[in-house]
Design a protein around this ligand. Structure first.
Ligand code: GLA
Length: 431
């Protein structure tokens, strides 16, 4: 006897119609019915394969363990940090995602293949910790990796995506950073798509942060997978890197411009927008390797390029000056502007140690950031007429860090700017 194997699934959607209906219908109606079945079938499959929409209409903000603490993490640190995010005003300024990065799990999965939180670091377990964060008005972020091991050598989610997504959902996870170490020959799109689908199937809305370091041009495809994607390697707390292989924030900033070698608004910035952001990596604001001016400039420029803002300093011991930078409402408003445009560089003149970055805002306003790239203070002049390809007419100027009006764009503006510091303006068109 010949046995033909039936294909599982929904290969022919119209076969689900009652047999009695189809033969009694004229040909044209049959076709219409088949087509609507197909449409239903397609939209049903789409439901099973998408990211959660509407979760990151402006760049996500929060705090992440990695930059300061790396593997030295535990429940006490997380709870103390959560408390300070609230008392310092950071939560209310928008830093709501507290993300536990690499090294949080045991080195082995349990007998059923589940990830297990390290019982020494997190004796109360992650569900209780998630509850603690939620009770503080924060959201819970965690880290895993598309490879079979994380970058730190802990179990990765390769082959366990759906199982791990269920664990995350059961702990109340709201944000997943998903790394790219030890992935063998995996295809990046497939690997990230699989975790996206797993998160969706688990049913708990999760902001999905792709940490693929820009290796496969994620800006071209990751908008369908997640809400933000790293564009480069890891950031370090310096201006231009202390060692040859280290990337300080200025080198990473340059990369945002150089990755897609085209001019101005047609660079990598065009791939960012509400719900999908380029991620130039976390903030080093307030960390030891930066002067206060460098922290201020780094923060200003990350806001200019609509970067996700993940603080990485020890907020328990930060100075009032660092807190003031991180929570500055005027500057944060540039990053969080609802139009969601990523800014870009319009001028770089090494001989004059000046760079100018612009960002389009809602209501026809603009932000302009002037960076002193030199190692010494300098008088920097902005000739507004040179920006006439984006600015039309005359604008009133507000100096956002000095908190004062600064005239208008009808004549050049000159300011004394410290080494690696910025002047940051909001421009409002004259009626
Ligand atoms: C990679 C990521 C970092 C951090 C570490 C953890 O290097 O890019 O941001 O998550 O892994 O091991």
């Amino acid at each position: 006897m010949r046995v033909t194997q039936r294909r599982p699934g929904f290969a022919n959607p119209s076969r689900f119609l009652p047999m009695t209906i189809m033969p009694s219908l004229p040909n044209s109606s049959r076709l219409a019915l088949r087509l609507s079945c197909l449409a239903l079938f397609c939209s049903a499959s789409a439901v099973f394969a998408q990211k959660f929409e509407g979760l990151a209409l402006t760049p996500p903000m929060g705090w992440n363990t990695w930059n300061t603490f790396a593997g030295n993490i535990n429940e006490t640190l997380i709870k103390q940090t959560a408390d300070v995010l609230v008392t310092s005003g950071m939560r209310d300024a928008g830093y709501v995602y507290l993300v536990i990065d690499d090294t949080w799990s045991r080195k082995e999965r349990d007998a059923a293949g589940n990830l297990v939180p390290d019982p020494v670091k997190f004796p109360g377990g992650l569900k209780a910790l998630g509850d603690y964060l939620h009770a503080k008005g924060l959201k819970f972020g965690i880290y895993s990796c598309a490879g079979d091991k994380t970058c730190g050598g802990y179990p990765g989610s390769w082959g366990h995506e759906f199982q791990d997504a269920l664990s995350f959902a059961s702990w109340g996870v709201d944000y997943l950073k998903y790394d790219w170490c030890n992935r063998g020959t995996a295809d990046a799109r497939d690997a990230y798509k699989r975790m996206r689908d797993a998160l969706y199937a688990a049913g708990r809305p999760v902001v999905f942060s792709l940490c693929e370091w820009g290796q496969n041009k994620p800006w071209e495809w990751a908008g369908e997978m997640g809400h933000l994607w790293r564009t480069s390697g890891d950031i370090y707390d310096s201006y231009d890197g202390r060692k040859a292989w280290e990337m300080g924030w200025k080198r990473i900033l340059d990369l945002q411009y150089d990755l897609v070698p085209s001019i101005g608004a047609d660079g990598i910035n065009k791939f960012a927008g509400p719900g999908h952001w380029n991620d130039p990596d976390m903030l080093e604001v307030g960390r030891g390797g930066l002067t206060l001016a460098e922290s201020r400039a780094h923060f200003s420029l990350w806001c200019m390029i609509a970067a996700p803002l993940m603080a990485g300093n020890d907020v328990r011991t930060m100075t009032p000056a660092v807190r003031a930078i991180l929570t500055d409402k005027d500057v944060l408003a540039l990053d969080q502007d609802p139009l969601g445009k990523q800014g870009y560089r319009v001028l770089a003149e090494e001989s004059h140690q000046i760079e100018i970055w612009v960002k389009e805002l809602s209501n026809k306003e603009w932000a302009v950031c002037v960076l002193n790239t030199g190692r010494t203070a300098a008088d920097l002049t902005v000739e507004w007429s040179r920006l006439s390809f984006v600015l039309q007419g005359v604008y009133d100027l507000r100096d956002l860090w000095a908190k004062q009006a600064a005239g208008d764009t009808s004549k050049p503006y000159t300011a004394r700017v410290e080494a690696h510091d910025v002047v940051l303006f909001r421009l409002t068109p004259r009626p």
